[in-house]
Design a protein around this ligand. Structure first.
Ligand code: CMP
Length: 152
């Protein structure tokens, strides 16, 4: 009988999620503050780059929101200036990063969360984070290829 070298467990890696430091945060010089918070909370940044999305790229990224009243506006905003896209790794990364960010609407975000501290608008809400592992996979693949991600 062939002996398996890798059990399935050995092939799985820590959870990954995808995040954006949005154009409002970049223009307010908040890149460092957001990254420090992420690292202090124990998430590892395994890929990162500054980009400027075209309107078409922003529309593709937010395709799940197509047809919603804020779709045009949020894609205008996300293509209005540079942003930082990143892949974060850690235990329960999707849930953990969402907890650090706080609610989409900064008015509902818990005290101490990134959006509670820095956001000024439901649209210009400083950061984005994937809402599920499935979406994280799509969003990471939208911006990064395997060569751009740090392997351990
Ligand atoms: P994000 O987490 O990036 O996901 C969709 C984005 O659309 C959201 O953050 C906001 O920037 C923006 N947006 C604007 N209005 C709304 C709204 N009413 N509900 C959800 N998202 C909104």
């Amino acid at each position: 009988m062939v002996k398996l070298i890798f059990k399935e467990d050995n092939l799985s890696m820590k959870d990954r999620t995808f995040g954006i430091i949005k154009p409002d945060a970049v223009s307010k010089n908040l890149i460092g503050a957001v990254l420090k918070r992420i690292e202090d909370e124990g998430l590892k940044i395994v890929a990162m780059k500054m980009i400027r999305m075209t309107k078409a790229q922003a529309k593709g990224f937010y395709k799940v929101h197509e047809g919603k009243p804020f779709y045009e506006s949020v894609t205008d905003f996300m293509s209005s200036g540079p942003c930082v896209v990143m892949v974060l790794e850690g235990d329960d990364a999707v849930k953990k990063y969402r907890a650090i960010m706080g609610a989409t609407n900064y008015k509902e975000a818990k005290e101490g969360t990134i959006r509670h501290i820095y956001a000024t608008d439901i649209e210009k809400n400083i950061v984005h984070g994937s809402d599920s592992r499935e979406n994280a996979e799509f969003e990471i693949g939208y911006f990064f290829n395997a060569l751009e991600m740090k392997g351990d």
